[in-house]
Write a new protein. Structure first.
Length: 427
């Protein structure tokens, strides 16, 4: 029987190698081997004398040495708007334009009046932006007075023009003048808005140039409007008031009067009573494109909630999906704009003879937050500004009422308070 010496030889070689490693430091012809320290990972490492000065300095500062880090991109939904404001301040552009869409919560320029004023104080500008030719609350607005004849033909999101098929403007309204008749509108801004330019906004649906006669403060002028053109025609310059008379012209639709300074902030209030925001998708895309070429918006604010849902509703997923499509539609026409969603604030319903917050409010706010996140919009929680659930009742019953006794709408004082919080985001 042959003896197998392989295990013996392997053991012998291992033993010899181990002895050489352990005692090799005694021999100059062997490479030095660093002693093994099993606590090296937790023991404080003291450098050699050459680097001792650096070591002591770092130890004194108790800070870790700097390392190269890769910065992850941070998405800011208001970046485009902030850039526009910076350019305005640096004199690299003339205007920063804001479109504030909403329901009756902003009707009568409530809230937007103060927000506009704060921004114009920061960045310059004057005027109240867009004003429709007629209004349900024209005589009750604090910063301007609007009077008009009663013979305008008014169409809107809910009452379409079936004869001429004129589509509504951003405000939700479009106007026509009866045949063989004249219609008048007088807009007077108060002295807080000096040196404004007044423009007439409309659209030529015809296939030919149209000569449009306008009388402004008893001075007649003729405007030539190109076919299929959304027009913005100057009717008066550097003033606070304009009184215009319009005549009926075939294929000409009228929208309203635009007031703004030569430069600065322009904030347009587009309030439409009873709106949920979903009807914005019915604005002609062709019109949106033409508006965007002439006066592009840098910020679009969507403020809805009063007309969404029933008292005990908890699921708003259908609304979220619809509004996602609406925002996508608007963004396609305004790629240069930032978007901001203002949530519902608080709204009360009467139960057992007591005013209490509508049960659906928290669920709708959560949905609006998700809508903002999925749409790349900034989210502003109005409910937080109002003090949370129950805030509407507190605002309505305050010594200086911040909300009306319908426990749904805010007052002018309440609008000012909301604007003060919004300006922290937008300044």
């Amino acid at each position: 029987m042959r003896t197998n010496f392989t295990p013996f030889i392997t053991t012998l070689c291992t033993t010899v190698l181990t002895l050489l490693i352990c005692y090799g430091l005694q021999y100059q012809h062997l490479l030095p081997v660093k002693a093994i320290d099993w606590l090296s990972n937790v023991r404080e490492q003291v450098p050699n004398a050459k680097n001792l000065a650096i070591y002591n300095q770092r130890k004194k500062q108790k800070t870790a040495p700097k390392t190269t880090q890769i910065a992850l991109p941070h998405y800011n939904p208001l970046e485009l708007y902030n850039t526009a404001c910076l350019q305005l301040k640096q004199g690299k552009r003339k205007h920063v334009r804001i479109a504030y869409f909403g329901d009756s919560m902003i009707e009568g320029d409530i809230l937007t009046e103060y927000l506009r004023t704060y921004l114009q104080q920061l960045y310059g500008g004057s005027g109240v932006g867009f004003v429709p030719l007629t209004s349900l609350v024209g005589g009750y607005i604090a910063n301007y007075r609007l009077t008009f004849s009663d013979n305008y033909c008014a169409f809107n999101f809910n009452a379409r023009d079936t004869a001429n098929h004129y589509t509504p403007y951003l405000s939700g309204y479009v106007f026509d003048v009866p045949a063989d008749n004249r219609a008048t509108t007088k807009l007077t801004l108060y002295n807080t808005y000096p040196n404004c330019n007044f423009y007439l906004l409309g659209y030529n649906y015809g296939i030919e140039n149209k000569e449009l006669e306008i009388s402004s403060n008893n001075q007649a002028k003729t405007l030539v409007i190109k076919p299929y053109e959304a027009f913005k025609q100057l009717i008066k310059q550097h003033t606070i008031s304009a009184n215009i008379t319009l005549t009926q012209q075939q294929h000409i639709a009228y929208y309203g009067i635009q007031t703004e300074a030569d430069s600065g902030i322009v904030l347009d209030n587009y309030a439409f009573r009873g709106s949920t925001g979903m009807n914005l998708a019915s604005i002609s895309y062709n019109l949106l494109n033409k508006i965007n070429k002439d006066r592009p918006y840098d910020l679009v604010i969507l403020h809805y909630g009063l007309n969404i849902g029933t008292d005990d509703q908890q699921d708003f997923s259908n609304y979220q999906r619809t509004m996602q499509r609406v925002i996508k539609y608007l963004k396609k026409a305004t790629p240069q704009a930032s978007y901001l969603i203002v949530s519902v604030g608080d709204k009360c319903v009467k139960r057992n003879k007591q005013w209490t917050s509508a049960p659906y409010i928290p669920y709708l706010i959560k949905t609006q937050q998700a809508l903002a996140d999925s749409s790349g919009a900034y989210f502003f929680n109005l409910n937080t500004t109002m003090g949370g659930i129950g805030g509407m009742r507190a605002w309505a019953n305050a010594d200086t009422a911040l909300a009306q006794k319908d426990y749904t709408h805010i007052t002018s004082a309440g609008g000012k308070k909301v604007a003060q919080d919004l300006i922290k985001v937008l300044k």
